[in-house]
Structure formats: C-alpha cells, structure tokens
Design a protein around this ligand. Structure first.
Ligand code: BEZ
Ligand code: FE
Length: 290
C-alpha cells in the first residue's frame, strides 16, 4: 500500500503480478506444460481484469466446476459437457482438423467425440443391425459405404467402423435403463473391397443433458440444449490417422444452432428412401476417406 496525498492508504496492484505467477513454475516443468500454462494464466488473469470479476462471480464459477465434478462418473462426463456448450470441444477439434484439412485431397472431416462414446462396443458382422432394443417410432436405415485412402483412392481393407447413436427417446443406452447394454453401438470391419454396411435408426435430434452445470449455463445464456440428429463414427486402420466424426441429417431443424457447435457442412447427408429391402425404409451411402 502507498500513501495518497490526502493521507489515506491506497493499494497499488503489482503490475508484474501475472508475470510473477507464471515465473513461479520450476525448472522441472516440461516445455509444453510451461507453454500451455503460461498462456492459460495470462488469459485467465486478463479475463478477470477485463470483466472486473467479483468474488461472488468467481465463486459461482468455482461452485459450477465443483458441481460438474460431483455429477461425473463413468456414465456422465459433466466437465466435458460444460466445455461442449461453450464450444471448446468443437474448437479443439477444429484446431486439430485444420492441420489435416490443409493437405491435398483432404480426408473426411472430423467432428467431436462427445461424452457418450464407449470403448467396448460389440464387434458385429457386416449387414447386421446395431438395434437391439426396437422402437415403435423409429425408421430403419441401411448405412453402408466404402472406406478409401485419400491419396491412392484405393479401398482400405480391414478398417474398423465404430458407430453409435442415441435412441428415438433422445437417450444413449448408458443413460437409459430401458435399453439393452450396447444398444445402438457396433464395430464393423471393412471387407476385401473396403465395404462396410449395417442397419441403424434414422437419427433424431435430442437435448444434451441439462439437469446440471451445462444446463445451468445454457439457461443463463438463454439457449436451447438440442443437438441436430447425427450418427457418431470412429473409423480407424493401423496405417492411418484415426477419424472421429459425426454425420448430420440435411433435413434437421437444429443444423444451424447445434448446442455444442459441432456441425460442418461436409458432414451433412441425405437419407434416401429405400425400396425392396424389407429390413430398412431408408438408405445412407456414406463413403469414408482416411
Ligand atoms: C453427443 O453428440 O453425443 C454429444 C456431444 C456433446 C455433448 C453432448 C452430447
Ligand atoms: Fe451424440
């Protein structure tokens, strides 16, 4: 504190404060950790200064983080969801994808993983169905395609196509006791022609869970929780960079305002009527380029 000319004490904030916090890092910190944390501290400090963050506002943020932690378990990743509704997962995907997209003959675009992926989906035969718990209000899609190499354009044999989707009630199986374990999930291997094919539901829009901190943020920001209808995919082969993506229905009402900002134009697809196949009323031919 320094003395004012009128004799009262005033507190002068140390102009080197942010610098000092950054420089408190010790020599054993890795270069990347130093780079990331220096930048994070700088921006968080600048943010607090810029909005003149109050103690109450800061505490609200702390409580929100604590609440997200308490809610999270192997079925619910509220921290990820909080990041999602402020666009962070999509931004990180975009940063990662930009590098790949700069390449000539860019492969299929990526999109966020989201919090409902499971590593242990069943491996299924091509032409089988991921629907274990049938629904009365759903349309069945035959989804199929060829996985190819972006440079050689040749089919990729033995690639894994891992697909998952929510049911028509808007819930993934781990959120819903009425669905069989692993309902609407399956891994398929491309055959000698690079072909994969399976039956699934025509995806429908659903709200992200909004009974926790992510929902609180949406409510405070006067936003809806809906995601446009989509099917998630991870396509991988040992010789290629794995692709995590989502495909979106061109007819969806939420394409322009996805609550987690994941839509990319090149990932929008048309489901077309399918005649003569008793197992499905719609078809989606979706080629994947790695
Ligand atoms: C999803 O697509 O499954 C998802 C993505 C982000 C937040 C919530 C759900
Ligand atoms: Fe999803």
């Amino acid at each position: 504190a320094t003395a004012n000319t009128n004799g009262t004490a005033s507190h002068k904030f140390d102009p080197n404060f942010t610098h000092n916090v950054i420089e408190a890092m010790g020599p054993k910190t890795s270069p990347r950790m130093r780079e990331v944390m220096s930048c994070l501290i700088k921006h968080v400090h600048d943010f607090a200064r810029e909005v003149e963050l109050t103690v109450d506002e800061w505490m609200l943020g702390v409580e929100l983080l604590n609440e997200a932690g308490k809610m999270s378990d192997h079925k619910r990743n509220e921290g990820q969801l909080v990041c999602d509704v402020i666009g962070l997962e999509s931004l990180v995907d975009e940063i990662t994808f930009k590098k790949a997209a700069d390449a000539v003959d860019a492969p299929t675009a990526s999109a966020i993983l989201g919090p409902f992926f499971r590593h242990d989906a069943p491996v299924l035969e091509n032409e089988s169905s991921i629907i274990q718990t049938p629904v009365e209000d759903g349309e069945i899609v035959y989804m199929h395609g060829t996985v190819t190499d972006h440079k050689t354009k040749k089919p990729i044999v033995g690639a894994t196509v891992d697909a998952w989707q929510a049911s028509t009630n808007g819930l993934y199986e781990q959120q819903d006791d009425e669905q069989a374990e692993h309902n609407l999930r399956g891994k398929f291997k491309t055959d000698e022609n690079g072909h994969y094919g399976f039956y699934c539901l025509k995806p429908t829009p659903y709200p992200v869970p909004f009974d926790g901190p992510a929902g609180k943020i949406l409510q405070l920001l006067d936003r809806h929780p809906f995601r446009p209808a989509h099917i998630h995919l991870i396509v991988q082969h040992e010789n290629y960079k794995p692709l995590t993506t989502q495909i979106f229905n061109s007819q969806d009402e939420y394409l322009q305002n996805d609550s987690v900002f994941a839509v990319k134009d090149s990932l929008i697809v048309d489901f077309v009527p399918l005649n003569g196949n008793p197992k499905a009323s719609l078809e989606l031919n979706y080629p994947v380029i790695l």
